[in-house]
Design a binder for this molecule. Sequence first.
Ligand SMILES: C[S@@+](CC[C@H](N)C(=O)[O-])C[C@H]1O[C@@H](n2cnc3c(N)ncnc32)[C@H](O)[C@@H]1O
Length: 222
Amino acid sequence: MSPRQAPMNIDPDLLARTKGFLDPAEGAWLYRLAREASRLGPCLEIGSYCGKSTLYLGAGCRANGGILYALDHHGGSEEQQPGQPYCDPDLVDPRTGRVDTFAHFRRTVASAGLTETVVPVVAPSAVAARQWRTPLALVFIDGGHTFAAAFTDYNAWTAHLLPGGALAIHDIFETPAEGGQAPRHVYELARASGLFEDRGRVKTLGVLQRRSAGQLPPDLPR
Ligand SMILES: C[S@@+](CC[C@H](N)C(=O)[O-])C[C@H]1O[C@@H](n2cnc3c(N)ncnc32)[C@H](O)[C@@H]1O
């Protein structure tokens, strides 16, 4: 059965009740990408939040006995902080007054039976990347949405992508009226780099595939 035809094996009620920002069509594509990529090596997501994207990516990895590293400091992005437009009061710890999504995330992963597939990495992206040495088959970028944060994620993590590995970037909006422009700028930068083949877009999710050395344009360093 090809990844396109495979059933996702994710509880629809769990998907529906898990807080998050992913369109179902984007999620289904993430599932297929993870199912394909996890045959090559481990996958990594940056920005797990309460685990919605983790459900799709984790289910794709599980189909091959693979691993998904799920990276998030679980303190929320800039726009999710108390007083900001995307703040969910349910996610603010009453003892500290700060956003904390880790308990929600763990519950999602456990409810989905993904504890043998998903390895949580609870740290700022740049700290987790500092001594990372494991080659990756898929990098999904959905962390901080400032240009500095999105560019750091791109810079730090795509260096570990295996040839043939997938780079997926979420929240690509054509105009500022639709949403912040940083993910689109990073996506355009990656497309212009010559390092990737374009695998197209579904809604706000753009996917690129790391070229192997033999496929790189001649003017790029190997
Ligand atoms: C837009 S949400 C992710 C949504 C999630 N992928 C989903 O499907 O619902 C962004 C997440 O990135 C995390 N984040 C933001 N900046 C980060 C950083 N520098 N390092 C690690 N995590 C970060 C936030 O804590 C937040 O949970």
